[in-house]
Write a protein that binds this ligand. Structure first.
Ligand code: ZN
Length: 668
């Protein structure tokens, strides 16, 4: 599970809160700004404190990460790779005026597509609407070299310019055929949701206590009228990319920090070779239990948010190393995991009698790839297999250098002045939000997702399309509830009993108002993390209404959030956690659907308009993402790596085009 992908709102709010000691005025975070996107770069703190072997390990794992880029593009949409080639060729051969409005619109479109790893928005999954004409593009294509796109150029132009063709990457609308109406390439054209569900119903054993991750490593297709799986593996789909990944994993193996880590890499190679789901389970168990190294990584088909049925993994990779000082914070939480479980405000029969193996650490990312690039989560909690989590625990990380980049890049952007109700609240947020945001993430990832049990016989997927929203709500509520607990002070994690109020205010403001900046006028809330946040904020607003726990205040034509009773709000978080845990533990689909439909989806159009107007005046990008640093190995005469240097000067399109040139195993 990833946490807070594009955590821009939280970042915008913690603007001034980053300790000034961390500020390095000579580091320029700002790389590019276009459409609704800002591209940042991130620091790689203490890279030079890694040993030479650790640097070699990071280098080869980074190469293994970059070689997977094409996989995600193709998973997102069947024409993405050829479209990318076509657009990049036009971009590189254009020799007209750089101030031409058609060109400028085209450049923006190219950047949007590169950022989204395809022609659908990375977050809304709506297809981008070009602001240049098809005639203009056709003229550029006529003047540029031909390529694999030439033979299907008319079809591709229709894909780009006809808004009705493949309009939505991932459709989650209740009642629609989610497979037939989603343009992504996880399911072949012609498949219906009914066919896919019937296929799984014939395979899944409802009594299997340790089910494999069905569908995790396969595209689904139709063959002679029958549903078939096309496995992602060497010799199968994406074989060329996977071969390069395996080659670099093999090179990395030589520099593994321990035998256990060497075995993890070997097992991952087995997964890529076979796509065997039992081997995959064994890989994830070994990965979870291997905690003895400073460098760690994920590199696989992992998160299932891109599949409307939540089964097929999207490819991603993050290479990282432990931030030793900051990890102390999560170790403290992790050591008290049982205390938190035992005091959770849920029905005791839904608590976990023995919380196991919560390993938590703070990391710095060294490279982001696939589904984590350029838009990246700021926390990760894996594996996703629930029985493995129950039996072997999970690894949970927060990514310190990315949260720091968000916070420092947002300094002085005017967000607090516009949306926070008064100076006192604003001051509290300036002072505590950086730490409470980090603690919220830690609690969510280290304890929240790992808490609670399913009652015997309850299917992991019982909540179907609402599963992700309810699961994220559960983890967020666990975090919110405990952030205000005196235990935070006893453990030395906070030094002021009022500090939690900074996070509470931000959470409600975000959930009721400011996250709406990511939604187009007239649309509903769709993405599951956003649904979860609105669900929590709107439920608490509604249930605290008669006591005015949260108020919407109008002042000179603007709406503000006022929280009158923070303790009562904590009580509401606890109540809602109890209900959400009950829904999860018992697999109460109807209650989940009611909860989501009542609180999480609908948008107050008037308030939405107001928020968009006020936000627009600040000119802050609603979404952020990152370019990677560039790692360059230094070789001796024998070809051994003697050092790895790091540079931060590459701009956004330079990086994209370099990746397309150097790491494109799947293009023709
Ligand atoms: Zn989560």
């Amino acid at each position: 599970m990833n946490l807070f992908k594009t955590a821009v709102i939280s970042a915008a709010l913690c603007a001034a809160a980053a300790p000034s000691a961390m500020a390095q005025s000579d580091f320029n975070y700002h790389v590019d700004r276009f459409a609704d996107i800002e591209v940042l770069r991130y620091k790689v703190p203490d890279f030079n404190s890694l040993t030479l072997n650790q640097k070699r390990l990071v280098y080869y794992l980074s190469e293994a990460a970059l070689w997977g880029r094409d996989i995600l593009w193709d998973q997102h949409y069947k024409h993405n790779l050829v479209l990318r080639q076509m657009l990049e060729t036009v971009y590189q051969y254009y020799d007209g005026s750089l101030s031409d409005t058609q060109w400028l619109a085209f450049e923006k479109y190219v950047k949007q597509v590169e950022f989204a790893n395809g022609i659908h928005h990375h977050y809304s999954t709506d297809k981008f609407i070009p602001e240049f004409s098809s005639e203009w593009l056709a003229a550029q294509l006529a003047a540029a070299p031909q390529g694999p796109w030439t033979a299907i150029q008319d079809e591709l132009l229709t894909v780009i310019f006809d808004p009705t063709v493949d309009a939505k990457g991932v459709n989650q609308t209740e009642g629609d055929d989610l497979i037939a109406t989603s343009a992504n390439n996880l399911y072949a054209d012609g498949l219906t949701q009914e066919q896919v569900e019937a296929y799984w119903a014939g395979i899944k054993d409802p009594n299997d206590a340790s089910p494999v991750m069905y569908g995790y490593y396969s595209r689904m297709a139709l063959q002679d009228g029958k549903v078939v799986e096309q496995p992602y593996r060497l010799g199968g789909l994406y074989s060329e990319a996977i071969r390069h990944i395996i080659d670099n994993l093999t090179l990395a193996q030589a520099y593994a920090e321990s035998d256990a880590q060497r075995l993890v890499i070997a097992r991952l190679i087995d997964v890529y070779t076979t796509a065997d789901l039992r081997i995959s389970d064994d890989y994830w168990i070994k990965w979870t239990e291997q905690t003895d190294s400073r460098v760690d990584f994920i590199n696989s088909f992992i998160e299932t948010y891109g599949d409307p049925l939540g089964m097929i993994g999207n490819w991603e990779s993050i290479v990282n190393y432990k931030d030793i000082e900051a990890s102390h914070r999560t170790e403290v939480l992790s050591d008290s995991a049982q205390w938190f479980e035992d005091h959770s405000p849920v029905d005791p029969k839904f608590r976990k009698p023995h919380v196991r193996g919560v390993s938590a650490k703070v990391i710095n990312a060294a490279i982001l790839a696939g589904d984590s690039y350029p838009s990246s989560p700021i926390g990760i909690n894996l594996p996703n297999s629930l029985w493995i989590r129950a039996a072997h625990g999970s690894k949970s990380v927060t990514i310190a250098n990315l949260t720091l980049a968000y916070a420092e890049a947002a300094v002085g952007n005017g967000f607090n002045q516009e949306f926070v109700i008064d100076q006192a609240t604003s001051d509290l947020m300036d002072k505590y939000l950086y730490i409470t945001d980090n603690l919220h993430t830690d609690l969510h990832e280290c304890l929240g997702h790992g808490s609670g049990i399913l009652l015997p016989g309850v299917d992991d997927n019982a909540l179907k399309a609402h599963g992700s929203t309810i699961e994220e709500a559960r983890a967020d509520l666990f975090a919110l509830y405990y952030l205000a607990d005196p235990m935070m002070l006893q453990l030395g994690l906070l030094d002021n009993p009022d500090a939690y109020k900074a996070e509470y205010y931000k959470y409600i403001l975000n959930g009721l108002m400011t996250q709406l900046v990511r939604i187009e006028p007239g649309k509903n809330v769709e993405e599951s993390h956003m649904r979860n946040r609105q669900l929590i904020a709107a439920w608490c607003y509604e249930h605290g209404k008669k006591d005015k726990v949260i108020e919407l205040v109008r002042r000179s034509g603007k709406t503000y959030i006022r929280i009158n009773d923070y303790e009562a709000l904590r009580g509401l978080f606890g109540q809602l956690l109890a209900e959400i845990q009950r829904i999860r533990s018992t697999g109460d689909y109807q209650a989940a659907a009611n909860m989501v439909e009542t609180y999480a989806v609908r948008v107050d159009q008037k308030l939405h308009k107001e928020v968009l107007r006020r936000y627009a005046s600040l000119n802050i990008a609603p979404y952020k993402g990152f370019v990677n640093p560039v790692y360059t190995p230094v070789y001796d005469a024998q070809g051994n790596i003697t050092d790895v240097t790091i540079s931060f000067t590459e701009d956004f399109l330079q990086q994209q085009f370099r990746y397309s040139r150097d790491y494109s195993p799947l293009t023709k």
